[in-house]
Design a protein around this ligand. Structure first.
Ligand SMILES: [Ca+2]
Ligand SMILES: [Ca+2]
Length: 460
Protein backbone atom coordinates (compact mmCIF):
# COMPACT_ATOMS: atom_id res chain seq x y z
CA UNK A 1 0.00 0.00 0.00
CA UNK A 2 2.78 2.35 0.99
CA UNK A 3 4.61 1.58 -2.29
CA UNK A 4 1.43 2.34 -4.27
CA UNK A 5 1.22 5.74 -2.64
CA UNK A 6 4.85 6.43 -3.49
CA UNK A 7 4.26 5.49 -7.14
CA UNK A 8 1.17 7.70 -7.29
CA UNK A 9 3.14 10.58 -5.78
CA UNK A 10 6.02 10.18 -8.26
CA UNK A 11 3.49 9.87 -11.12
CA UNK A 12 1.80 13.19 -10.16
CA UNK A 13 5.14 14.98 -9.94
CA UNK A 14 6.13 13.65 -13.39
CA UNK A 15 2.82 14.79 -14.90
CA UNK A 16 3.32 18.28 -13.44
CA UNK A 17 6.92 18.49 -14.73
CA UNK A 18 5.95 17.30 -18.21
CA UNK A 19 2.99 19.70 -18.49
CA UNK A 20 5.12 22.65 -17.34
CA UNK A 21 7.85 21.91 -19.88
CA UNK A 22 5.27 21.44 -22.66
CA UNK A 23 3.72 24.80 -21.84
CA UNK A 24 7.12 26.49 -21.83
CA UNK A 25 8.18 24.91 -25.12
CA UNK A 26 4.92 25.73 -26.87
CA UNK A 27 5.39 29.46 -26.12
CA UNK A 28 9.00 29.19 -27.24
CA UNK A 29 8.00 27.28 -30.39
CA UNK A 30 5.45 29.95 -31.19
CA UNK A 31 8.20 32.59 -30.99
CA UNK A 32 10.58 30.50 -33.09
CA UNK A 33 7.87 29.94 -35.72
CA UNK A 34 7.67 33.69 -36.16
CA UNK A 35 11.40 34.22 -36.19
CA UNK A 36 11.97 31.37 -38.62
CA UNK A 37 9.99 33.25 -41.14
CA UNK A 38 12.72 35.22 -42.90
CA UNK A 39 10.30 38.13 -43.28
CA UNK A 40 10.00 38.40 -39.46
CA UNK A 41 9.91 42.04 -38.48
CA UNK A 42 9.99 43.55 -35.02
CA UNK A 43 7.13 45.92 -34.14
CA UNK A 44 8.43 49.32 -33.06
CA UNK A 45 7.08 52.64 -31.84
CA UNK A 46 9.33 55.56 -31.13
CA UNK A 47 8.70 58.63 -29.05
CA UNK A 48 10.98 61.51 -29.98
CA UNK A 49 11.77 64.92 -28.51
CA UNK A 50 12.27 66.38 -32.01
CA UNK A 51 13.30 70.01 -31.80
CA UNK A 52 15.74 69.55 -28.92
CA UNK A 53 19.09 68.14 -30.07
CA UNK A 54 19.05 67.93 -33.92
CA UNK A 55 20.19 64.35 -33.60
CA UNK A 56 16.56 63.13 -33.50
CA UNK A 57 16.17 64.38 -37.07
CA UNK A 58 19.30 62.41 -37.97
CA UNK A 59 17.99 59.22 -36.32
CA UNK A 60 14.60 59.68 -38.02
CA UNK A 61 16.28 59.78 -41.45
CA UNK A 62 18.18 56.57 -40.69
CA UNK A 63 15.06 54.90 -39.34
CA UNK A 64 13.06 55.80 -42.45
CA UNK A 65 15.63 54.45 -44.92
CA UNK A 66 15.64 51.25 -42.81
CA UNK A 67 11.86 51.18 -42.51
CA UNK A 68 11.43 47.98 -44.54
CA UNK A 69 13.12 46.05 -41.72
CA UNK A 70 10.49 46.92 -39.11
CA UNK A 71 6.76 47.17 -38.66
CA UNK A 72 6.76 50.79 -37.51
CA UNK A 73 3.49 51.21 -35.62
CA UNK A 74 3.93 54.71 -34.22
CA UNK A 75 5.98 57.88 -34.71
CA UNK A 76 5.20 59.95 -31.63
CA UNK A 77 6.38 63.48 -30.97
CA UNK A 78 6.84 63.96 -27.23
CA UNK A 79 8.84 65.80 -24.59
CA UNK A 80 11.97 65.29 -22.53
CA UNK A 81 14.37 67.18 -20.31
CA UNK A 82 15.76 69.08 -23.31
CA UNK A 83 12.30 69.91 -24.74
CA UNK A 84 9.81 70.30 -21.93
CA UNK A 85 6.83 71.22 -24.10
CA UNK A 86 5.74 70.17 -27.57
CA UNK A 87 3.01 71.73 -29.66
CA UNK A 88 2.92 70.11 -33.10
CA UNK A 89 4.15 67.26 -35.25
CA UNK A 90 5.43 69.76 -37.85
CA UNK A 91 9.09 68.66 -37.69
CA UNK A 92 8.14 65.01 -38.01
CA UNK A 93 5.73 65.79 -40.86
CA UNK A 94 8.50 67.54 -42.76
CA UNK A 95 10.75 64.46 -42.63
CA UNK A 96 7.89 62.08 -43.53
CA UNK A 97 7.00 64.38 -46.46
CA UNK A 98 10.60 64.08 -47.60
CA UNK A 99 10.29 60.29 -47.36
CA UNK A 100 7.36 60.66 -49.79
CA UNK A 101 9.81 62.07 -52.36
CA UNK A 102 12.23 59.13 -52.10
CA UNK A 103 9.74 56.31 -51.49
CA UNK A 104 9.57 55.35 -55.22
CA UNK A 105 13.36 54.91 -55.18
CA UNK A 106 13.55 53.02 -51.89
CA UNK A 107 10.95 50.46 -52.88
CA UNK A 108 12.90 49.62 -56.04
CA UNK A 109 15.64 48.19 -53.79
CA UNK A 110 13.80 46.19 -51.14
CA UNK A 111 10.34 44.92 -50.37
CA UNK A 112 8.40 46.10 -47.37
CA UNK A 113 8.89 49.87 -47.25
CA UNK A 114 5.73 51.38 -45.70
CA UNK A 115 3.77 53.85 -47.80
CA UNK A 116 4.09 57.55 -46.91
CA UNK A 117 0.32 57.62 -46.32
CA UNK A 118 0.64 54.87 -43.72
CA UNK A 119 3.51 56.67 -41.96
CA UNK A 120 1.45 59.86 -41.86
CA UNK A 121 -1.44 57.94 -40.31
CA UNK A 122 0.78 56.85 -37.39
CA UNK A 123 2.50 60.24 -36.89
CA UNK A 124 0.90 61.65 -33.74
CA UNK A 125 1.43 63.87 -30.72
CA UNK A 126 2.33 62.26 -27.43
CA UNK A 127 2.48 64.04 -24.07
CA UNK A 128 2.86 67.79 -24.58
CA UNK A 129 4.17 68.48 -21.06
CA UNK A 130 7.21 67.28 -19.14
CA UNK A 131 7.67 64.03 -17.22
CA UNK A 132 5.39 63.04 -14.33
CA UNK A 133 3.73 66.46 -14.31
CA UNK A 134 1.90 65.39 -17.47
CA UNK A 135 0.68 61.96 -16.27
CA UNK A 136 -2.73 61.12 -14.86
CA UNK A 137 -6.46 61.70 -15.31
CA UNK A 138 -7.32 63.70 -18.43
CA UNK A 139 -3.75 63.46 -19.73
CA UNK A 140 -4.27 60.79 -22.38
CA UNK A 141 -2.71 61.82 -25.70
CA UNK A 142 -3.04 60.48 -29.25
CA UNK A 143 0.38 58.91 -28.66
CA UNK A 144 -0.54 57.14 -25.41
CA UNK A 145 -3.77 55.91 -27.04
CA UNK A 146 -1.81 54.67 -30.08
CA UNK A 147 0.56 52.68 -27.81
CA UNK A 148 -2.41 51.02 -26.06
CA UNK A 149 -4.11 50.17 -29.37
CA UNK A 150 -0.90 48.74 -30.76
CA UNK A 151 -0.22 46.50 -27.75
CA UNK A 152 -3.88 45.38 -27.79
CA UNK A 153 -3.64 44.11 -31.39
CA UNK A 154 -4.06 40.38 -31.82
CA UNK A 155 -0.39 39.84 -32.70
CA UNK A 156 1.96 37.53 -30.77
CA UNK A 157 4.98 39.77 -31.33
CA UNK A 158 6.00 42.13 -28.54
CA UNK A 159 5.92 45.90 -29.10
CA UNK A 160 9.21 47.75 -28.69
CA UNK A 161 8.62 51.31 -27.50
CA UNK A 162 11.71 53.45 -27.83
CA UNK A 163 12.31 56.59 -25.80
CA UNK A 164 14.38 59.00 -27.88
CA UNK A 165 13.37 61.63 -25.33
CA UNK A 166 11.34 61.23 -22.15
CA UNK A 167 9.25 58.14 -21.39
CA UNK A 168 6.07 59.85 -20.24
CA UNK A 169 3.89 58.97 -23.25
CA UNK A 170 4.42 55.27 -22.52
CA UNK A 171 3.99 56.04 -18.80
CA UNK A 172 0.60 57.59 -19.55
CA UNK A 173 -0.40 54.52 -21.58
CA UNK A 174 0.51 52.26 -18.63
CA UNK A 175 -1.26 54.60 -16.18
CA UNK A 176 -4.45 54.42 -18.26
CA UNK A 177 -4.38 50.62 -18.50
CA UNK A 178 -3.75 50.27 -14.77
CA UNK A 179 -6.73 52.54 -13.98
CA UNK A 180 -9.16 51.04 -16.48
CA UNK A 181 -8.45 47.30 -16.49
CA UNK A 182 -8.20 44.32 -14.15
CA UNK A 183 -4.83 43.30 -12.67
CA UNK A 184 -4.77 40.30 -15.06
CA UNK A 185 -5.40 42.53 -18.07
CA UNK A 186 -2.68 44.92 -16.89
CA UNK A 187 -0.28 42.01 -16.52
CA UNK A 188 -1.02 40.85 -20.08
CA UNK A 189 -0.53 44.40 -21.40
CA UNK A 190 2.81 44.82 -19.63
CA UNK A 191 4.06 41.41 -20.79
CA UNK A 192 3.92 42.56 -24.42
CA UNK A 193 5.97 45.70 -23.86
CA UNK A 194 9.69 46.02 -24.50
CA UNK A 195 11.00 49.43 -23.45
CA UNK A 196 14.31 50.87 -24.68
CA UNK A 197 15.03 54.19 -23.01
CA UNK A 198 17.94 56.25 -24.34
CA UNK A 199 19.84 57.75 -21.40
CA UNK A 200 16.78 58.61 -19.28
CA UNK A 201 15.38 62.02 -20.24
CA UNK A 202 12.61 62.58 -17.69
CA UNK A 203 11.43 61.24 -14.33
CA UNK A 204 8.71 58.94 -15.68
CA UNK A 205 11.04 56.04 -16.47
CA UNK A 206 11.86 55.67 -12.78
CA UNK A 207 8.11 55.76 -12.01
CA UNK A 208 7.49 52.94 -14.51
CA UNK A 209 10.36 50.80 -13.21
CA UNK A 210 9.35 51.35 -9.57
CA UNK A 211 5.62 50.68 -9.92
CA UNK A 212 5.76 47.98 -12.59
CA UNK A 213 8.95 46.05 -11.79
CA UNK A 214 7.95 43.19 -14.11
CA UNK A 215 8.26 45.49 -17.15
CA UNK A 216 11.05 44.73 -19.62
CA UNK A 217 12.97 47.99 -19.28
CA UNK A 218 16.35 48.81 -20.83
CA UNK A 219 17.98 52.14 -20.03
CA UNK A 220 20.88 52.47 -22.47
CA UNK A 221 23.71 54.75 -21.40
CA UNK A 222 26.39 53.52 -23.85
CA UNK A 223 25.01 55.47 -26.78
CA UNK A 224 27.99 57.66 -27.67
CA UNK A 225 31.35 56.67 -29.12
CA UNK A 226 30.16 54.30 -31.85
CA UNK A 227 29.53 57.05 -34.41
CA UNK A 228 31.93 58.23 -37.15
CA UNK A 229 33.61 61.61 -36.61
CA UNK A 230 31.11 64.37 -35.93
CA UNK A 231 30.29 66.35 -39.11
CA UNK A 232 33.10 64.43 -40.82
CA UNK A 233 33.62 63.01 -44.28
CA UNK A 234 31.40 59.96 -43.65
CA UNK A 235 28.33 62.11 -43.11
CA UNK A 236 29.18 64.66 -45.80
CA UNK A 237 29.90 62.14 -48.55
CA UNK A 238 27.56 59.25 -47.75
CA UNK A 239 24.55 60.83 -46.12
CA UNK A 240 24.07 64.60 -46.37
CA UNK A 241 24.84 64.89 -50.09
CA UNK A 242 22.30 62.15 -50.90
CA UNK A 243 19.14 63.72 -52.24
CA UNK A 244 16.11 65.00 -50.34
CA UNK A 245 16.58 62.87 -47.19
CA UNK A 246 20.26 63.79 -47.04
CA UNK A 247 19.22 67.43 -47.19
CA UNK A 248 17.08 67.05 -44.03
CA UNK A 249 19.90 65.28 -42.16
CA UNK A 250 21.18 68.22 -40.09
CA UNK A 251 24.75 68.91 -38.98
CA UNK A 252 25.61 67.54 -35.56
CA UNK A 253 25.48 69.95 -32.65
CA UNK A 254 26.52 67.69 -29.73
CA UNK A 255 26.93 64.06 -30.89
CA UNK A 256 25.43 62.29 -33.90
CA UNK A 257 22.42 60.00 -33.56
CA UNK A 258 22.38 59.26 -29.84
CA UNK A 259 18.92 57.68 -30.20
CA UNK A 260 19.77 55.36 -33.10
CA UNK A 261 20.93 52.39 -30.92
CA UNK A 262 17.26 51.99 -29.85
CA UNK A 263 16.15 50.66 -33.21
CA UNK A 264 19.50 49.17 -34.15
CA UNK A 265 19.04 46.82 -31.17
CA UNK A 266 16.06 45.21 -32.90
CA UNK A 267 17.35 45.44 -36.50
CA UNK A 268 16.82 41.89 -37.78
CA UNK A 269 20.26 41.36 -39.32
CA UNK A 270 20.84 37.85 -37.96
CA UNK A 271 23.22 38.99 -35.25
CA UNK A 272 21.00 38.86 -32.17
CA UNK A 273 17.59 38.10 -30.74
CA UNK A 274 16.57 41.43 -29.20
CA UNK A 275 14.73 39.73 -26.34
CA UNK A 276 18.04 38.13 -25.34
CA UNK A 277 19.58 41.43 -24.33
CA UNK A 278 22.95 40.00 -23.29
CA UNK A 279 23.69 38.58 -26.77
CA UNK A 280 24.91 41.93 -28.12
CA UNK A 281 24.25 43.54 -31.49
CA UNK A 282 24.14 46.87 -33.27
CA UNK A 283 22.26 48.48 -30.35
CA UNK A 284 24.66 47.38 -27.64
CA UNK A 285 24.77 44.63 -25.03
CA UNK A 286 22.87 44.61 -21.74
CA UNK A 287 22.93 42.63 -18.53
CA UNK A 288 19.97 40.53 -17.39
CA UNK A 289 20.84 41.49 -13.80
CA UNK A 290 18.72 44.59 -13.23
CA UNK A 291 20.57 47.52 -11.68
CA UNK A 292 19.31 50.07 -9.17
CA UNK A 293 19.65 53.81 -9.71
CA UNK A 294 20.63 54.03 -13.36
CA UNK A 295 20.06 57.77 -13.30
CA UNK A 296 18.72 59.92 -16.10
CA UNK A 297 20.73 62.72 -17.72
CA UNK A 298 21.96 65.39 -15.28
CA UNK A 299 19.34 67.80 -16.59
CA UNK A 300 16.54 65.73 -14.98
CA UNK A 301 17.39 66.49 -11.29
CA UNK A 302 17.90 70.14 -12.30
CA UNK A 303 14.24 70.27 -13.32
CA UNK A 304 13.04 68.53 -10.14
CA UNK A 305 15.65 67.55 -7.59
CA UNK A 306 13.92 64.41 -6.27
CA UNK A 307 12.31 63.63 -9.66
CA UNK A 308 13.85 60.17 -9.75
CA UNK A 309 15.19 59.61 -6.24
CA UNK A 310 11.64 59.61 -4.84
CA UNK A 311 11.18 56.28 -6.67
CA UNK A 312 14.27 54.64 -5.15
CA UNK A 313 14.94 51.83 -5.39
CA UNK A 314 13.97 51.16 -8.99
CA UNK A 315 15.61 48.57 -11.21
CA UNK A 316 16.37 48.54 -14.95
CA UNK A 317 18.48 46.60 -17.41
CA UNK A 318 21.67 48.51 -18.18
CA UNK A 319 24.68 48.22 -20.48
CA UNK A 320 27.36 45.64 -19.84
CA UNK A 321 30.88 46.90 -19.09
CA UNK A 322 31.79 47.25 -22.79
CA UNK A 323 29.43 50.25 -23.05
CA UNK A 324 29.31 51.63 -26.59
CA UNK A 325 32.26 49.41 -27.61
CA UNK A 326 29.64 46.66 -27.90
CA UNK A 327 28.13 48.71 -30.73
CA UNK A 328 31.36 49.98 -32.29
CA UNK A 329 32.51 46.39 -32.74
CA UNK A 330 30.18 46.24 -35.77
CA UNK A 331 31.03 49.68 -37.24
CA UNK A 332 31.74 48.61 -40.81
CA UNK A 333 28.40 46.82 -40.90
CA UNK A 334 26.13 49.60 -39.66
CA UNK A 335 28.01 52.49 -41.33
CA UNK A 336 27.91 50.83 -44.74
CA UNK A 337 24.29 49.76 -44.24
CA UNK A 338 23.22 53.39 -43.76
CA UNK A 339 25.35 54.57 -46.68
CA UNK A 340 23.88 51.95 -49.05
CA UNK A 341 20.33 52.81 -47.97
CA UNK A 342 21.01 56.48 -48.71
CA UNK A 343 22.20 55.34 -52.18
CA UNK A 344 18.85 53.54 -52.58
CA UNK A 345 17.05 56.78 -51.79
CA UNK A 346 18.53 58.56 -54.82
CA UNK A 347 18.06 56.00 -57.59
CA UNK A 348 15.25 53.77 -58.78
CA UNK A 349 17.73 51.72 -60.80
CA UNK A 350 18.43 48.54 -58.81
CA UNK A 351 21.82 48.04 -60.45
CA UNK A 352 23.05 51.46 -59.35
CA UNK A 353 23.29 50.53 -55.68
CA UNK A 354 24.46 47.67 -53.51
CA UNK A 355 22.20 45.23 -51.63
CA UNK A 356 22.78 42.99 -48.64
CA UNK A 357 24.02 39.43 -48.94
CA UNK A 358 22.02 36.66 -47.25
CA UNK A 359 23.91 34.51 -44.77
CA UNK A 360 22.94 30.86 -44.55
CA UNK A 361 24.11 28.97 -41.49
CA UNK A 362 24.26 25.16 -41.55
CA UNK A 363 21.47 25.16 -44.13
CA UNK A 364 19.20 27.50 -42.16
CA UNK A 365 17.96 30.40 -44.30
CA UNK A 366 16.24 32.43 -41.59
CA UNK A 367 17.79 35.27 -39.62
CA UNK A 368 17.24 33.58 -36.26
CA UNK A 369 19.93 32.75 -33.73
CA UNK A 370 20.61 28.99 -33.75
CA UNK A 371 21.37 26.89 -30.68
CA UNK A 372 22.81 23.41 -30.41
CA UNK A 373 24.07 21.01 -27.76
CA UNK A 374 27.51 19.42 -27.98
CA UNK A 375 30.02 17.47 -25.90
CA UNK A 376 33.58 18.17 -24.92
CA UNK A 377 36.02 17.08 -27.65
CA UNK A 378 33.35 17.18 -30.35
CA UNK A 379 34.20 18.86 -33.67
CA UNK A 380 31.63 21.54 -34.52
CA UNK A 381 31.22 22.08 -38.25
CA UNK A 382 30.38 25.60 -39.36
CA UNK A 383 28.89 25.82 -42.81
CA UNK A 384 27.89 28.98 -44.66
CA UNK A 385 27.48 27.31 -48.04
CA UNK A 386 24.49 28.57 -49.96
CA UNK A 387 24.96 32.15 -48.75
CA UNK A 388 24.17 34.45 -51.63
CA UNK A 389 24.31 38.01 -52.80
CA UNK A 390 21.48 39.51 -54.86
CA UNK A 391 23.98 41.54 -56.91
CA UNK A 392 26.18 38.46 -57.53
CA UNK A 393 28.98 40.09 -55.57
CA UNK A 394 31.76 37.89 -54.22
CA UNK A 395 31.46 37.04 -50.51
CA UNK A 396 34.11 37.16 -47.80
CA UNK A 397 33.55 35.00 -44.71
CA UNK A 398 34.64 35.47 -41.13
CA UNK A 399 33.86 33.13 -38.23
CA UNK A 400 34.77 34.20 -34.74
CA UNK A 401 34.21 33.43 -31.09
CA UNK A 402 32.23 36.24 -29.45
CA UNK A 403 33.66 36.00 -25.98
CA UNK A 404 31.71 38.66 -24.06
CA UNK A 405 28.25 37.01 -24.19
CA UNK A 406 29.70 33.49 -23.84
CA UNK A 407 29.99 31.83 -20.44
CA UNK A 408 33.13 30.02 -21.70
CA UNK A 409 36.01 32.38 -20.93
CA UNK A 410 39.11 30.91 -22.59
CA UNK A 411 40.17 31.08 -26.24
CA UNK A 412 38.60 29.13 -29.11
CA UNK A 413 40.58 28.50 -32.28
CA UNK A 414 38.47 28.16 -35.42
CA UNK A 415 40.03 26.29 -38.35
CA UNK A 416 39.56 27.91 -41.79
CA UNK A 417 37.88 30.89 -40.17
CA UNK A 418 37.81 32.90 -43.40
CA UNK A 419 36.26 30.13 -45.48
CA UNK A 420 32.60 29.17 -45.98
CA UNK A 421 33.41 25.87 -44.27
CA UNK A 422 35.08 26.11 -40.88
CA UNK A 423 35.26 24.04 -37.72
CA UNK A 424 36.48 23.96 -34.14
CA UNK A 425 36.85 21.47 -31.32
CA UNK A 426 34.95 21.96 -28.07
CA UNK A 427 37.66 22.46 -25.42
CA UNK A 428 37.92 20.07 -22.49
CA UNK A 429 37.27 22.81 -19.93
CA UNK A 430 33.97 23.92 -21.53
CA UNK A 431 31.65 21.57 -19.62
CA UNK A 432 28.40 23.34 -18.73
CA UNK A 433 29.38 26.51 -20.64
CA UNK A 434 28.03 28.13 -23.76
CA UNK A 435 30.02 29.34 -26.75
CA UNK A 436 28.75 32.06 -29.10
CA UNK A 437 30.10 31.77 -32.65
CA UNK A 438 29.41 34.58 -35.11
CA UNK A 439 29.38 34.24 -38.87
CA UNK A 440 30.05 37.66 -40.37
CA UNK A 441 30.10 37.85 -44.11
CA UNK A 442 30.31 40.77 -46.47
CA UNK A 443 30.07 41.32 -50.18
CA UNK A 444 32.53 43.21 -52.40
CA UNK A 445 29.95 45.73 -53.57
CA UNK A 446 30.23 49.46 -52.93
CA UNK A 447 29.97 49.95 -50.01
CA UNK A 448 30.61 46.42 -48.68
CA UNK A 449 27.41 45.15 -47.07
CA UNK A 450 27.31 42.73 -44.17
CA UNK A 451 25.13 39.87 -42.99
CA UNK A 452 25.41 37.88 -39.78
CA UNK A 453 24.38 34.66 -38.09
CA UNK A 454 24.98 33.35 -34.60
CA UNK A 455 25.34 29.79 -33.37
CA UNK A 456 25.23 29.19 -29.62
CA UNK A 457 26.72 25.88 -28.56
CA UNK A 458 25.63 24.66 -25.14
CA UNK A 459 28.25 22.22 -23.91
CA UNK A 460 26.99 19.21 -21.95
CA1 LIG B 1 16.35 62.72 -28.53
CA1 LIG C 1 25.54 43.07 -52.76
Amino acid sequence: MKNNHQFLYIFIILVVIISCSTLKSSTKNEQIAYQKNSSYKPRIINTTDLGADPDDEQSMVRQLVSANEYDIEGLIVATGCWKKTQKTTAMLDKIVDTYTDVYPNLKAHAKGFPTPEYLKSISVMGQTGYGMSDIGAGKDSPGSNLIIASVDKDDPRPVWVMGWGGMNTIAQAIWNVKESRTPEELKKFLSKLRLYDVLGQDDSGAWIAKNFPEVFYIRATGVYGWQPTKNGVYYQENIQNHGPLGAVYPDTKYAPEGDTPAFMHVYPNGLNDPDQIDQGGWGGRFSFTKKAAIRSMSEVPKIKEDGETRYDPYYMYGNTSEGSEAIKKWHNGYNNDFAARMDWSVTSNYKDANHHPIAILNGDKSRQVLETIASVGEIIKLNANGSIDPDDNALAYSWFFYKEPSSYINEITIENNTSSLASFKIPNDAVGKNIHIILELHDDGNPNLYAYRRLIINVK
